[in-house]
Design a binder for this molecule. Structure first.
Ligand code: G3P
Length: 243
C-alpha cells in the first residue's frame, strides 16, 4: 500500500477497520498500520477457506494482539450463541463478539445482547439495517460497555434506498451511549468512506480492495481522465486490436 494511501487515511477522523478473513491481508494491514481494527464474518471465513474456527481466531489474535478484532457467533440457538460468545470473548481482551440482530427465525437477540453487555463483554451487533433495530439495541446495551453497532449501509443501498438518513439518525440514537460506536458496514464504493467521515460515523469497515481505492482520493479529475484514456489505449495496443 502506498505512503499516499497511508497519509490520506491518517488524515481522517473515522476509524477504518479491515473486513476480511485472509490471514496475509490481515497481517499486511496490521504491519503497515493502515487500519485501527479488524472484522470478520462466517461468510468471509468460508470464502477464505477457513475450516477450523478456533485455530483461525487464535491465529488472527496472534497477528493482531492490540486492536479490536470482531468474531461472530454462528449458532441459531440463543443458549448456544451465548456459550460461543463467552468462549470468543475469553480468547483475548481485544475481541468484540459479533451477535447478529436476530437468529434465522427472526427471534430478537436483544435479550442476549443485554445480558452480555451488562457482563461487560465487548460486542459488535451485526446485520442491522433498520432504525427500530438500532433503538432496540441502544436500549439493551449497558452505557459503560463497549459496542459497535454495525449498520449495513451498503445492503440498504442494494435495496435501492439511501442509507445516509438511516446512518445519521442511528448516530443520534446512539448519542446517550458514549461507548457505542456506529460502524458503517458493507461499503460499496470508496466514496462511502468520505460520506461516513463527513457525517461523523465512528467506524467504517472496508475490504482490502476498497481500501486500495483510497489512493485516488483528492486526485485531479483531468489527470484521472487522462489516466483512464491511457488505460484504454494501452490495453488496445496490448491486445493488438484492429478494425
Ligand atoms: O462484515 C460485514 C460486512 O461489511 C459485509 O458486507 O454486504 O459486502 O456482505 P457485505
Amino acid at each position: 500500500m502506498s505512503t499516499n494511501v497511508k497519509n490520506i487515511l491518517a488524515g481522517l477522523r473515522i476509524k477504518i477497520f479491515s473486513d476480511g478473513a485472509d490471514l496475509d491481508s490481515i497481517s499486511e494491514a496490521y504491519q503497515q498500520k493502515l487500519v485501527k481494527g479488524f472484522t470478520t464474518n462466517p461468510t468471509l471465513m468460508a470464502r477464505a477457506g477457513v475450516t477450523n474456527y478456533l485455530t483461525f481466531a487464535k491465529e488472527v489474535l496472534r497477528i493482531v494482539p492490540d486492536l479490536p478484532v470482531s468474531f461472530e457467533v454462528f449458532s441459531d440457538d440463543f443458549v448456544e450463541m451465548r456459550r460461543q460468545a463467552l468462549l470468543l470473548a475469553d480468547l483475548a481482551q481485544n475481541v468484540y463478539v459479533k451477535i447478529p440482530i436476530t437468529n434465522t427465525r427472526r427471534g430478537s437477540a436483544c435479550a442476549l445482547i443485554h445480558e452480555l453487555s451488562h457482563r461487560g463483554i465487548k460486542l459488535n451487533i451485526t446485520a442491522m439495517m433498520t432504525l427500530p433495530q438500532v433503538r432496540d439495541v441502544a436500549a439493551a446495551l449497558h452505557p459503560d460497555s463497549s459496542a459497535f453497532i454495525s449498520v449495513f449501509a451498503g445492503r440498504i443501498a442494494d435495496a435501492g434506498l439511501d442509507p445516509l438518513p438511516v446512518m445519521r439518525e442511528a448516530l443520534e440514537i446512539l448519542k446517550p451511549l458514549p461507548k457505542a460506536e456506529l460502524l458503517w458496514a458493507s461499503p460499496r464504493e470508496a466514496l462511502n468512506i468520505i460520506q461516513a467521515e463527513q457525517m461523523g460515523c465512528h467506524i467504517i469497515t472496508v475490504t482490502p480492495d476498497l481500501l486500495a481505492k483510497a489512493k485516488n482520493f483528492g486526485k485531479d479529475l483531468n489527470d484521472f481522465s487522462l489516466e483512464t484514456v491511457k488505460m484504454f489505449y494501452n490495453d488496445s495496443v496490448k491486445s493488438g486490436f484492429s478494425l
